[in-house]
Design a protein around this ligand. Structure first.
Ligand SMILES: [Zn+2]
Length: 193
């Protein structure tokens, strides 16, 4: 995938520059960290656009809106043919929730989050991976295996993905513009300090 190719290219450049081994390692860690953070940010942006659509278009939501926004973000990244890095973004975003959950308590289950609007971080990770393997079992089977999702459940995830996809498609279909450019959304980056 693109990230891996980029990583390989970067390693080669660094090797050609004959940088000290320590600097190479540090640069690689920095580049990987930046990729990870940007992938998480991309997922979060799509998730927030999901909230925006629900609010602005008055869409009905059955269940938690947070889960619906997660579903939409995952669907967009799974189906975005213009971005060949979007599947890497999905894996990183799922891993992000997983690491968050494990780091918060060590067990993966946060003690104080049962009443939160959001599902538990660990559930968000597994819900994402389920949708991913449901959509593309050949691509994300290994990821699902790493998450210890068994074969039967991986197969059942196809229904989970298709239900989310058709539900969102039905809700958004009346609002799609055909052939016309859509509304512009300005993205502003601020200094993170
Ligand atoms: Zn949200």
């Amino acid at each position: 995938m693109t990230s891996l190719r980029k990583t390989a290219a970067l390693s080669l450049c660094l090797a050609l520059l004959a940088a000290p081994a320590m600097a190479q390692d540090e640069n690689q860690v920095l580049a990987d960290s930046m990729d990870f953070a940007m992938h998480d940010a991309l997922y979060t942006m799509y998730h927030e656009v999901g909230h925006m659509l629900v609010g602005e278009l008055g869409l009905p939501v059955l269940g938690k809106e947070e889960d619906a926004a997660d579903s939409l973000a995952t669907i967009w990244l799974l189906t975005d043919e213009s971005d060949d890095d979007s599947w890497n973004a999905l894996i990183d975003a799922a891993d992000g929730w997983y690491f968050n959950a494990v780091q918060s308590t060590g067990s993966g289950v946060e003690d104080f989050s049962y009443y939160d609007d959001h599902s538990l971080d660990i559930q968000r990770a597994y819900a994402m991976v389920c949708m991913m393997v449901g959509a593309h079992p050949d691509v994300f089977g290994e990821t699902a295996d790493n998450y210890d999702i068994d074969a039967d459940q991986q197969e059942a995830c196809a229904d989970t993905f298709n239900q989310a996809l058709t539900s969102w498609e039905q809700l958004l279909e009346p609002h799609l513009v055909d052939g016309e450019p859509g509304a512009e959304i300005e993205v502003v980056y601020e200094d993170a300090g």
